[in-house]
Every structure is written in structure tokens, then in C-alpha cells.
Design a protein around this ligand. Structure first.
Ligand code: C2O
Ligand code: CU
Length: 490
């Protein structure tokens, strides 16, 4: 596995590794809080560890070295919005890790990004995370250190932040669809998660497709003429899906956990929503009559892949027409778009990208320690505005892409000039997706990760909040191979 060589020295060298210290920019940002100190607190323990799981199916060899939180693959936590989670984390993996709370507006010192906001938690180490949950929605958490290897082997968990007002909407069933493939050989052993060929193109795909961990697409019973809330996440490191349902009675009601005016799937180009790694979707499906089915597909592959089948069972309900249910409006702070300052970013290959600092001579012992110690890769195939994070021996924390002002609004235009899709994720904020040169009919919506297609320019806007925040592609090999930068907001 590609992680072990880098991981060995990590505990020993991490502290001295970052030669661009974040403090070099002067005043460190305040670690903002998004809930009052009086908010109700839940104390939770979280442990990451390896376990053995029958991933290939019941009568196939089991897979060792699966990584899970609290011994539970696909662990799901729920809490009401407005709660603060105080999480006592223990790393029982043999390698360093961190925990990143994807999409949640946490104080940046709890954002889990090594080496920017914390040092990696070594094997056997602990870390406390302060995780306020200001915004209802569908989130998840995962490591931000050797992410390709650890997420590839299963390390992530789901986090549902509930709004009590949603109970009134009267969904009959909530069902989670987690898309996550496995990269295994026929004997259930892990194959390398990072390959140069994959990392420099669309990513290295799993060999076995699965939904909610099962290679057999789940069948789920729901009341005929009832209302189902599907909560869909691409938890895979690589795969992009085109989510669609075999019914016209379906509407998107939230993207990345953030409510939007219900958007019927039938109004979308090709009636699908393209979702890359980390993206979530809440979909309201109105069920047909008894005995009928709604098949949910990934239409991106030549042969559509069946994700899940909803089976309508008679519960005595009468036929009703489809009325999409609107979730309560999202509450995250919105940017002032008319006054937003414009910034342009180009997502490109690293060919031609300049190194951001002169590399150390390869025989310098520090250079060797850096390669072995960082959570990012030692290969560079991608760049943002000619900056790659993690180029060969030059694995130091780069200077930020930009320094922004706390409370100011920014409008980023992101242009993908590569041949591959890149789902771009900004930490610590919910942003507004304003426009796209390719998806011109989709009204603005809120998200934390946005897809950029080849030759597409996407504009997002956000109100900057104090902290050091990374901005990266969520195809994990791309991120590990340079497609990451960071902003300082102070
Ligand atoms: Cu899912 Cu940098 O994050
Ligand atoms: Cu990418």
C-alpha cells in the first residue's frame, strides 16, 4: 500500500515538517464559533480501527484491513440542529489520521486538515474535536490524512443534522443510498488505491460496485402512494454518478444538505443530477401503486447501474398526485453577491505549473523526512492557478491561494481546463452556486462541493469566515496529487 512508506516517520517528524508555517502570514485567524456557548452539548467518543468485513458477499473470502469508526461500517450519527458535539477521538489505526467534518461550519481548529489546522493524530493518539451543528442537513466525516488509502478502505461515517420542523413534512420513509465501491482482488484483498495512471486521469476506480456496502443492490419496501426521502451520498473516492429515478414523481429537495426550492428531476438536462465524490442529494420520491417499483440508477455508465429498488407495498393509502415537499429554508450565512470581490481560479494539469517554492535538494535529510511525513502525496499531476500542493520533494505547506477578509463576500470563478471532471470542495463554508457555462438552466443553489466539467466555468459565492480553509478536488487521488490549495480568512 502506498501509504506505509510515508506513514512510518510521521509521528516523529510531523511537528517540524511544515516549512511554511501558517503563522508566517502574521496574525492567526480566530477560530470562529457558529453556535452560542449555551448550546446543548453531546459528548461522543469516536475511534478509528481496522476490522474484517465480508465485502465481496456472504460466501466469499472476508476482507481484512477494512477501516471503520466505532467498529461500524457506514456508521450514522444523528443530532438535532443547534447541538454541539464534543468528540473525543482515538486513533486505533496503525497509521496516522485526522477527522474532517465535511460541509459543517466548524471552528477551523476542529477542521481536521493535516498539516494546516492540526498535526496528524499518530497511531494510538487522541484529539478532541469541537463540532457545532448550526445547519440542518446531510453531512459526513472522514480522514484528511492519507485520505485515498483510508477512505478507500471504508473510513467515513454519515452525520444527519435534523431540523425538528421537518417532522411536519410527513415523509413515510427515509432511506440512505451510499455509493461506495471497493478495490479488491478476487480473494478480497485490497488493491492499491493510488495508481499513477488513475491519479493523472479520472482516478482509480474500484473493482466492485456496491451500495451501502452491498454488492447486491438493496430492495427497500415503501408504502404505495407514500412519500420517500432518499438521502444519497457518493462516498467513493473516485466515482461520479448520474443520479436518476425511473419515475417522474421525484424532485431534489436539498443539495449537500442545504434545502432548495424542489427541483423535479424531470426538469434537469437528461433528467439526471451529476454527483462526484462527497456530493449529497435529498430526493423526494412519490411512490406508485401496490406492487410497482421505482428503480434508482446511476446512468453515467454505458449500462445503467442499479443503485436501489423501491418496492411499493399496499398500506391502505389512496392514490394521490405528486406534490414535492419543500424543506425549511437553509440558514447558513449568504454572500452579498452584488458586492462580492471576484477571484479567478483555473483547475489545470501540473504540466507547466511552477513550483511554489524552490525545492530542497533531494539529498537534504529534511526533504526525505517531508516526503515520508506528509499526509499529501509525493506525486503532482494537477494544479490550481499553477500551484500544486505536494510536488516531488517540495511537500511543504504552500502559501495560501489568497488571503480573504472575515465577513466579506467573494465570488470565485472556477474554470476546468483539463479533460476530466473535478468536484471542487471548499471547507468551512456553505457557498452559493451562481452559474455554470454548461448547466445554464439550473437555478442558483447552495452547496459545499461543486462539479466542474472539462471546459466549464462555474461561479460560486460565499461569505468568508475566519479560519484557514482548504479548497480542493474531492477525487481523492487528484487532491493527493496536487489539486488543493488553501485560503486564509482573517
Ligand atoms: Cu470531504 Cu477536504 O473534504
Ligand atoms: Cu479532480
Amino acid at each position: 500500500m502506498t501509504i506505509s512508506r510515508r506513514a512510518v516517520l510521521l509521528g516523529a517528524t510531523a511537528a517540524g515538517a511544515a516549512s511554511f508555517a501558517p503563522s508566517a502570514l502574521g496574525r492567526m485567524p480566530l477560530s470562529r464559533d457558529t453556535l452560542p456557548r449555551s448550546a446543548p452539548v453531546r459528548h461522543l467518543t469516536l475511534a478509528a480501527a481496522e476490522m474484517e468485513v465480508p465485502l465481496l458477499g456472504p460466501d466469499k473470502p472476508k476482507t481484512a484491513g477494512f477501516c471503520a469508526y466505532n467498529g461500524t461500517p457506514f456508521l450514522t450519527w444523528r443530532a438535532p440542529a443547534g447541538t454541539r458535539l464534543m468528540v473525543d477521538f482515538e486513533n486505533n489505526l496503525p497509521t496516522p489520521t485526522t477527522v474532517h467534518w465535511h460541509g459543517i461550519r466548524v471552528p477551523y481548529l476542529s477542521d481536521g486538515v493535516a498539516p494546516l489546522t492540526q498535526q496528524p493524530v499518530p497511531a494510538g493518539g487522541r484529539f478532541s474535536y469541537d463540532v457545532p451543528l448550526p445547519d440542518p442537513g446531510f453531512y459526513f466525516f472522514h480522514p484528511h490524512c492519507d485520505e485515498t488509502g483510508q477512505v478507500g478502505r471504508g473510513l467515513f461515517a454519515l452525520l444527519m443534522v435534523d431540523d425538528p420542523a421537518e417532522a411536519k413534512l410527513g415523509f413515510d420513509l427515509e432511506h440512505i443510498i451510499a455509493v461506495k465501491d471497493w478495490r479488491l482482488d478476487a480473494d478480497g484483498r485490497w488493491l492499491p488505491m493510488f495508481t499513477d495512471e488513475g491519479a493523472s486521469t479520472a482516478g482509480t476506480f474500484g473493482t466492485v460496485r456496491a451500495t451501502n456496502g452491498s454488492v447486491i443492490p438493496p430492495r427497500v419496501e415503501a408504502p404505495a402512494y407514500g412519500d420517500v426521502r432518499l438521502r444519497v451520498i457518493v462516498a467513493d473516492s473516485t466515482r461520479t454518478i448520474e443520479f436518476g429515478c425511473e419515475t417522474s414523481d421525484a424532485a431534489i429537495i436539498a443539495v449537500d444538505g442545504q434545502a432548495l426550492t424542489p427541483l423535479p428531476l424531470s426538469k434537469l438536462p437528461d433528467e439526471v443530477w451529476r454527483m462526484g465524490p462527497a456530493m449529497r442529494l435529498d430526493v423526494h420520491v412519490h411512490m406508485p401503486g401496490p406492487g410497482e417499483e421505482v428503480k434508482v440508477f446511476d446512468y453515467r455508465t454505458a449500462e445503467p447501474y442499479l443503485l436501489t429498488t423501491l418496492v411499493a407495498v399496499d398500506k391502505g393509502r389512496k392514490k394521490t398526485s405528486f406534490k414535492p415537499k419543500a424543506l425549511p429554508a437553509a440558514k447558513a450565512p449568504l454572500p452579498d453577491v452584488s458586492r462580492a470581490q471576484k477571484r479567478d481560479f483555473i483547475v489545470q494539469t501540473s504540466a507547466g505549473a511552477t513550483a511554489i517554492a524552490p525545492p530542497l535538494p533531494p539529498d537534504d535529510p529534511l526533504a526525505k523526512a517531508l516526503i515520508d511525513s506528509f499526509c499529501v502525496g509525493d506525486k503532482t499531476f494537477w494544479a490550481i492557478n499553477r500551484n500544486s500542493w505536494g510536488a516531488g520533494a517540495d511537500l511543504r505547506l504552500p502559501p495560501p491561494l489568497d488571503t480573504l477578509k472575515d465577513g466579506d463576500s467573494y465570488r470565485l470563478s472556477i474554470t476546468n481546463v483539463t479533460k476530466h471532471v473535478h468536484p471542487m470542495h471548499l471547507h468551512g463554508h456553505v457557498f452559493r452556486v451562481l452559474s455554470s457555462t454548461k448547466k445554464t438552466t439550473i437555478p442558483p443553489y447552495l452547496a459545499d462541493t461543486v462539479m466542474t466539467e472539462p471546459n466549464e466555468t462555474v461561479e460560486i459565492a460565499f461569505k468568508a469566515a475566519s479560519g484557514d480553509w482548504v479548497f480542493h478536488c474531492h477525487i481523492l487521488e487528484h487532491m493527493d496529487a496536487g489539486l488543493m490549495g488553501w485560503f486564509r480568512v482573517a
